[in-house]
Structures are given as structure tokens and as C-alpha cells.
Write a protein that binds this ligand. Structure first.
Ligand SMILES: Nc1ncnc2c1ncn2[C@@H]1O[C@H](COP(=O)(O)OP(=O)(O)OP(=O)(O)O)[C@@H](O)[C@H]1O
Length: 283
């Protein structure tokens, strides 16, 4: 992300953020070659909440998230992200958010500490603060012992924690993560959930995640939005969405009612992607 001309300190004063929404979109739409994959989405993520975006493969979750991170220009619609206008203040948006993409982003040839140092420089953290921030991030993620080992020797869970640490070094108001626990075992997954909760508690970070794991939604999310064929079909707390269906309903039932046969059949993506693809040999 090119944020080189935006001092990290600027991100601590976010006009509009006080209004209570970390994300607010109006009619946000994306079409590829005339094919609409995100369709007039009005999404509101409240400041300080953990919000889950779910939907079948191909529903448009990653595309929506890429627009919110400024990586993809919307076809139409508007949005405010971390208090900034997505279109007119894209550079400021990039300075105020953290983003953990679906694909692995840490450099396997570098140690954990070196990866963090790279992020600290990218986010223009003042030189005198870097060592302290990095030490704090390593402690928060339980990576102190592995800090000076090459990241290519890390487990999938350690890599994920390293990437979250890298994306939050500059204390973003909003952290966006695309399927943060895909491919991880239950212990590693729990460690990520703990870390995410910790970020919210300590720094008030708002978290927006995409996931296919209903257990993750139950464990972590205050509210959830269900995307289907590019439309945001439902938004609510997990409890409220379940209650709409019936007393014994599960989130799977809620999901099935909206997504129907798409779950069994999948789409052109199928269900092939069970773990993260990696340039450094971890899947
Ligand atoms: N760059 C692109 N060009 C053309 N079509 C695209 C592009 N990126 C995504 N799509 C299409 O947009 C649709 C939504 O894809 P997207 O990756 O956003 O879905 P998703 O909900 O994140 O799926 P998954 O759960 O599999 O990650 C799919 O049909 C996909 O093929």
C-alpha cells in the first residue's frame, strides 16, 4: 500500500469517525465486464464492533473488501471508511486501516522481526518508536521466541499472527481481514480469535472479517452480514438472525435459508480452496 506521503500520526485524528461508523457504504457496486458481483450494498459497521461478512463462494465478499481497502475502484456508489471518503481520500483511508488479505503476505525469507520492521517503515512509524512497537506486537502475538527465525519456518497460525501484527503496528482504527483462520487447526484458530478480541479491548480497533466458519461468527462477531449474489441480504446479531428462524435455529440454518442450494452446489469456485495459497510454501 502506498501511504508514504501520509504520516501515521494523521491517522489518530479521524474527522467523521466520531459519528459512530467505521464503515458506511451507500449503493456500493462492482461489475466486471458488465457482470455485477457487488450489487448496491449499504453496509454499516459500527465503530468498535467485530463484524462478520459471510456468504457462499463467489458471493462478492472479497470484492467488497477490496473496494473498502481501496484496492479495487467501485463501479458506482459511495463509502466512508475510517472517517474518510473512499474515493476522494483513498490515501488517508489506506493510512487508517489495516488489511490482512486472503493470500499470505509475509516475506518468508525475512524473520518475523524483519517483517515487522518492514511494516513499521512502510507505515512511517517514527524511528524511535519502532523497536518498542515491534516488541509489543511480538509479545501480544506470542511470537517473541520465534522473532528471529525466518517466517518460512513458521506454522500457518504463527504466520497469520505475524501478518495481523504487521497490519496493526500503526494502530489502525479499522482492521479488515479476509478469511483470517482458513486452513488453521482449532488451537491456532482460537489464538487468532483471542488476539482479535485483545486488539479491540486494548486499542478499540474495529474489526471486519470475512469467514465461512459459523463457529467463528458465533465466537467472535457482534453482528454479521450475509452476502448472496452480491447483495447484502441480512444484517443482525447472530442471536437475532437465529431467532428470526426459530427457537432451535443455528447460523447454518440462517445461512441455508438465504443461500439455499448454493451451499451444496458451490459455484464456479467449487470448494477447492480449503487452505491459504502461499508463495512461501504454507497452505
Ligand atoms: N478481477 C475479476 N475479474 C472478473 N471477475 C471477478 C474478478 N474478481 C472476482 N470476480 C468474480 O466476482 C465474483 C465474486 O468473487 P469474490 O472473490 O468477491 O467472492 P467471495 O464471496 O469472496 O468468494 P470466496 O468465498 O470464494 O472467497 C465471482 O464470480 C468471481 O469470479
Amino acid at each position: 500500500m502506498d501511504i508514504r506521503n501520509v504520516p501515521a500520526e494523521t491517522a489518530s485524528v479521524a474527522p467523521g469517525f466520531e459519528q459512530g461508523y467505521a464503515v458506511r457504504t451507500r449503493g456500493l457496486t462492482k461489475a466486471f465486464d458488465g457482470h455485477v458481483v457487488v450489487d448496491h450494498v449499504d453496509l454499516e459497521v459500527r465503530d468498535g464492533e467485530i463484524f462478520g461478512l459471510i456468504g457462499p463462494n463467489g458471493a462478492g465478499k472479497s470484492t467488497l473488501i477490496k473496494m473498502l481497502t481501496t484496492l479495487l475502484p467501485p463501479t458506482s456508489g459511495e463509502a466512508t471508511v475510517a472517517g474518510c471518503d473512499l474515493l476522494r481520500e483513498a490515501r488517508l483511508v489506506r493510512a487508517r486501516i489495516g488489511y490482512v488479505p486472503q493470500l499470505l503476505s509475509a516475506d518468508g525469507a525475512l524473520t518475523g522481526r524483519e517483517n515487522l520492521l518492514l511494516s513499521a517503515r512502510l507505515y512511517l512509524l517514527p524511528r524511535k518508536e519502532r523497536a518498542e512497537r515491534i516488541a509489543e506486537a511480538l509479545a501480544m502475538t506470542g511470537l517473541e521466541g520465534a522473532a528471529d527465525r525466518p517466517a518460512q519456518n513458521y506454522s500457518g497460525g504463527m504466520l497469520r499472527r505475524l501478518e495481523i501484527a504487521q497490519s496493526t503496528l500503526h494502530r489502525p482504527r479499522l482492521l479488515i481481514m479476509d478469511e483470517p483462520t482458513v486452513g488453521l487447526d482449532p488451537v491456532a484458530r482460537n489464538a487468532i480469535w483471542d488476539h482479535v478480541r485483545d486488539l479491540r479491548t486494548r486499542f478499540g480497533t474495529t474489526i471486519l472479517i470475512t469467514t465461512h466458519v459459523m463457529e467463528e461468527v458465533e465466537a467472535l462477531c457482534d453482528r454479521v452480514g450475509i452476502l448472496h449474489h452480491g447483495r447484502l441480504e441480512k444484517v443482525g446479531t447472530p442471536a437475532a438472525l437465529k431467532a428470526e428462524i426459530g427457537p432451535d435455529a443455528t447460523l447454518d440454518d440462517v445461512f441455508a435459508q438465504i443461500a439455499g442450494t448454493d451451499i451444496e452446489m458451490g459455484d464456479e469456485h467449487g470448494n477447492a480452496r480449503e487452505s491459504r495459497r502461499s508463495a512461501i510454501g504454507h497452505g
